[in-house]
Ligand binder design. Structure first.
Ligand code: NAD
Length: 365
């Protein structure tokens, strides 16, 4: 198979982890006889420094002319600490999602058994958790009207949803539920917010088209509590942009660390694959970032965008075997971890690549 992949490393640890994702793609191409052509482009803080634009036209043109995108993260302390700066790295990310029509963000939350002890949640509560989040990506407070009034002393961000935006993501969630445990939990705040009342009404209507799938509604505050209390009670979760942003970071604790969670953003055109974490200024340059979320994002890319299921499963098995052999990055290490098996970012990536070879030759026997 011949595919064109654009790599967008972005800022901070985005650069460090996508380098490992690329290594895995190169090995998969070699082992399964595919031709992956790579191109790289700028986004975020680096792009602002170079051209004043967080999503340069040159980058956008490349993204519109490829088969899949592997993205790292954007963000820089300069902007986090100065809300008055008008041009910001995250504008590049939001514009990219809007321009490419990437309206559904899929975030699988699956715990590798080997990491049961890495979470701060009790193992007996976590074991067997397997949740697929659908976070809406192009609406909500992120894209509604925003501004300041009263000499800057009043600020507002409009939470806005249109029927078609809810319909299309609800369809995706119900379709996915049919291939899983046939249950959808829709999360909103319909007791308070009008946009949530529209959300609930539309999801209920779409749900009637999938009578074989159970639909339940939860308020976001209660869902946040139940996610930690009984994560196994969830199968597919569909929710808006803001609630999805917060709930999936919370759910990262089910998987042990932010460094373990991959995501896929899909819609009308090309698919974008990225870890759920940000640019992590606190660990940038230290070589300790966990690259497994980026590597698992590559597995999602091969499955969802290219239909390469065997290649995708091979990556997941290679990650599983790496963890089973006791290797960890610091974020997923615990008191039982052998100190000699705590790896830096690059060595963790290389070990997964090594395991890919082993898994593939075992499968060929
Ligand atoms: P973050 O996800 O970058 O980091 C949160 C915590 O998790 C940090 O302690 C970090 O060290 C740790 N962490 C994250 N990824 C890790 C990994 N792969 N391995 C080990 N530890 C990891 O979130 P934040 O600190 O709130 O934000 C930092 C910057 O990232 C900000 O500028 C923010 O705007 C940006 N951000 C970008 C994205 C994105 O590009 N998609 C998402 C979230 C935040």
């Amino acid at each position: 198979m011949k595919k064109k992949i654009v790599i967008l490393p972005g800022d901070g640890i985005g650069k460090e982890v996508t380098a490992e994702g690329k290594k895995v793609l190169e090995k998969i191409a070699e082992l399964f006889d595919h031709q992956f052509e790579f191109d790289e482009a700028q986004i975020g803080h680096d792009a602002i420094e170079a051209s004043g634009n967080p999503l340069p036209n040159e980058t956008l043109a490349k993204l519109k002319n490829c088969d899949a995108i592997l993205f790292g993260a954007v963000g820089h302390p300069k902007y986090d600490n100065d809300p008055t700066l008008k041009v910001r790295p995250e504008q590049g990310l939001l514009k990219m999602r809007k321009e490419l029509g990437l309206y559904a963000n899929l975030r699988p939350i699956k715990l590798f058994d080997e990491l049961l002890k890495a979470s701060s949640i009790k193992a007996e509560i976590l074991k067997g958790s397997d949740i697929l989040f659908f976070r809406e990506l192009t609406g909500d407070v992120y894209f509604g009207e925003k501004g300041r009034k009263d000499d800057g002393n009043t600020a507002f961000d409009l939470m806005i949803y249109q029927r078609y935006e809810v319909e299309r993501i609800a369809h995706k969630a119900f379709q996915a539920a049919r291939t899983r445990k046939k249950k959808v939990t829709s999360v909103d705040k319909a007791n308070v917010l009008e946009s949530s009342r529209l959300w609930r009404q539309v999801v209920t209507e779409i749900g009637k088209l999938y009578p074989d799938v159970e639909l339940e509604h939860q308020f976001v505050d209660s869902a946040a509590m139940k996610l930690i209390q009984n994560p196994r009670s969830f199968d597919v979760v569909v929710t808006g942009n803001l609630f999805g942003d917060i709930l999936t970071d919370e759910a990262s604790q089910i998987a042990g660390s932010m460094g373990m969670l991959a995501s896929a953003s899909v819609g009308d055109t090309v698919g974008l694959y990225e870890p759920i974490h940000g640019s992590a200024h606190d660990i940038t340059g230290k070589g300790i970032a966990n690259p497994l979320a980026s590597i698992l994002s590559v597995a999602l890319m091969l499955d969802i965008s290219f239909g390469l299921k065997e290649e995708s499963e091979t990556i997941i098995k290679a990650v599983e075997q790496t963890l089973k052999a006791g290797y960890r990055t610091t974020d997923i290490a615990d008191s039982h971890t052998d100190k000699n098996k705590i790896l830096n970012t690059s060595n963790m990536g290389s070990l997964v690549v090594e395991k890919l070879e082993k898994v593939t030759s075992a499968q060929a026997v």
